[in-house]
Ligand binder design. Sequence first.
Ligand code: MRU
Length: 365
Amino acid sequence: MVVSAPSLRRLEAYEEYLKVKSLYWDEEKGEFVWLDTRLLPFEEVYRRTKDYNRVARAIKTLEIRGAPAIGVSAAYGMALAAIYSGAKTVEDLMRDLEKAYETLRNTRPTAYNLFWALDRVMNRARKEAEKGDADRVREAVLDEAGTIHVEDVESNIAIGRHGNKLIDNGDVILTHCNTGALATSGFGTALGIIRYAWYEGKKIRVITTETRPILQGARLNVWELKKEGIPFTLITDGMPGLVFMRGMADLAIVGADRIILTGHTANKIGTYMVALAAFDNDKPFYVAAPTSTIQKTYNPEDIVIEVRDPDEVRTVLGRYPLTLPDVDVFNPSFDITPPRYITGIVTEKGIAYPPYTKSLPRLLD
Ligand code: MRU
């Protein structure tokens, strides 16, 4: 089935930035396609589906991960639900879409882009449904998913452009978790800034943590940085303290799963300790994220922290035991960095500086 979205034509303008195809809509087959990040850096396997439940499973099991990639994929999940629903009436189609919306919402609780993207698609569907034509709702839902996809690419490039101003020739940049093409629609946020600076010819180096327990640094950053030819060093998550103390890194840049209007930032577990190490050694610590990651609340208690399967900590990627099978484990996937440790937040609309309670709402106007 050929299912095209006019919004996707806009992607053609950004080809030079999209060297890694992390996810896309196959217009000829009417399928959603993604690179399975669980198998990297050893195998490059693309998966495809017409079933939104499969997209939900891919998000839950981390085949697709990284807040922006999760949001875009969920939007395409809604498109699959709309296109392959057998509903003849608008009412039946909207019922199917509500069901898909709930399934996709219940995949990962911290990534704010997931809820933002699903609400955006659902609002567009509801608006189109008022006209009473089910096929027009189908087209609108796919078009909205395509628009979210293109905007994510545009945001990444703009974040790269703004963030590039923070990087000097010769800088060594420490990063934590993967925030590159594999975490977005194909360029990156924190890693997008690094990529942008590299494309601008700056002689930079990266220090990436391994990012336990899923090893997004050791597996995914290594894969992306090697592909770009950007020099890097891999360290374990306990090492940023010494690295900053010995002056081996000039700044840190990380991504975000959720930022609130106070500047509190939820990101991969271990981010808070990177921020503390940078702060204690007078080094800048930047967060990079699109404004779709910002939740309009002032209450840090509103940030839901995902707690995952203890076996992720007891084993290496489910393959090798690291400890005894029955040990008690705590496995939160994210932590929260308080705003006092954050030098600036780089978004597609510019860089927000403290006090964030003033600068972040201004960015969202
Ligand atoms: O558990 P993950 O791999 O989805 O966590 C990803 C992160 O913590 C990223 O830093 C964040 O989503 C930003 S990705 C541009």
